[in-house]
Design a protein around this ligand. Sequence first.
Ligand code: GLA
Length: 674
Amino acid sequence: MNNIPLKYPFNQFAYGADYNPEQWPEEVWLEDVKLMREAGVNAVSLAIFSWAKLEPRPGEYDFGWLDRIMDLLHTNGVSVLLATATASPPPWFAKLHPESLPVSETGVRMEIGSRQHYSPSSLAYKQAAASLAGKLAERYAKHPAVIMWHINNEYACHIRASYDEESATAFRVWLQRRYGSLEKLNDTWGTAFWSQQYADWEEIQPPRQAPTYPNPCQCLDFKRFNSDALLELCRAEIDAVKKHNPALPVTTNFMGISAPGLDQFAWARNLDVTSWDSYPDPAKDEVAYNASSHDLTRSTGGGKPFILLEQVTSQVNWRNVNMLKQPGVMRTYSWQAVARGADAVMAFQWRASRAGAEKFHGALVPHVGTADSRVWREVCDLGRELRACHEITGSRIVARVGMMFDWSNWWAVELPSKPREISHTTIVTQYHEALFDNNIPVDFVPMEGDLLRYQVLVLPLTYMLSETTAKNIKQFVANGGTLIVTWFSGIVDECDRIWLGGYPALLREVLGIRVEEWQPLPEGVHNEIKFIADGKTSICDFWSEAVDAEGAEVKAVFTKDFFAGRPALTCNRYGKGRAWYLATRLPGEVNRELFGMICREAGVQPLLEAPKGVEVSLRERDSSRYLFIINHTDANHEISLGGHHGADLLDGQQMVAGTVNLKPYDVKVLKLAV
Ligand code: GLA
């Protein structure tokens, strides 16, 4: 069924799953490859948790079974993203190196028996993992089935930090490199407070359980250090495999915008392609939330097509209640990934396990088998649809709106002892949703990113801001860009020290405002804002600020609390551009309207007008343009194509013009006429 072999950069959609043949007798493998062909599966991620099978005893290897399955897959036209098999060290490893086991904040050493039981700073683990990766590369880096390395698996999924002695030593080395002198460290961390001043490097500890809040900069640096330590582990594996074939690309699977462990912008610079594992909760409406992770994965990868490396066909096993995806929803989520820039649609896992911790996790081949199986039918249908659209691979999203996103900022916002508890990504994704609901494409932009390619730049809750970034932002507006800054932004420098003299200090001039103080709002407590232009009001919650306009035009005011009548929304002209400031959190539909209005004024139009729940996205390559319209709702919708017309790639290339009728959970992929 797959005549053309899959290559990277992808010449067709990669479609498949994690494949764990070691869980099954070899007779089952023959059925597996037959079924893969039936479903149009052309790629599998292999050997992710195979360390114990590959190296059953220290230094004793068994590659026979892997040779056999690799050859079988190759003969059947299935390409392999070969894992380095290092995600779960075998029991013998912990026995040999008990110091490699991670230790919690409270001093509890974790045990074997699940997975990812290694400290980010364990030298023994690093050497053993790099050695296994090297052995695999020596043997398979030129195997015709292998198209990519899958390094480790979901770094920092379970273990983001370890508080053991080896980590403490490595942390001190990292700090010495960062600060050079204790004097600098003491000054930056603000150790004059609570008599925390260090007189010797050896006195510094990881922020272990303490009587109350540890030093915030110590905590922040420990998070930065752990992301770097894990990256060193990943780098060791990358170096080991690249030695044997530098041309073979590498990826490692990220976990989207809900995963705080790794600074993905920094990590992605070490990968050939980014990928992530997508598990929206079917019990909630997480369509927009999931889209934000696709956008993040694409953006951290520099805009290149990315890999959806895992999703589930039906239901997972790790929530309190594991609802399944309704019929058609695996399809809509798969097309969402493609619509937002993925060139691969993969899942966890190929065949549902018979035993072990994940036996109730959905798979392409369910426990009931393939006969009369809804899941299997949907799997085969999706394979056919993806095949009909292979020409889309390689095309890209062109976004005119950028949203600043930064891991240090995220970590710092969520440290304790703030005006209120804040989940940073909950807030960021609410502003992302305002653009998503308008069907306006958006990229996430790192602090040091190139701003000049955007017409609109959003700073959602950008608490931490350096002088360099602030300077670039001002330049962006002066050149004609439109800036939107939300509440509690520009408060501290990159070391979590307050910028004094009125918030948001470095942005006061460009925004034409001063924030004097803030009033965080507990759950259930609201303020209200009134728009000056039309007198309309809206409730607001979570946070409010006492703002002075210092040149900015006031667009809305608060109506309650002692600062009633003072600005809640302002707009300032600066150079050739405009800078908006929003001093509170508004409901979703008001955000949608506001962000839509600001974007239109800045010359950025929605791709199409569509109701909430209907997602529209566009991918482009040279003169080819592919429009995706995805109905994530169980209702019928009629959407105007706004003058576009094109061939429906999922319906025999029928020409479509005027309007399209969407059935519940319908998907349209139109190749637009030039
Ligand atoms: C993660 C892991 C997989 C599997 C799935 C289950 O994404 O990478 O190994 O455990 O979760 O949802």
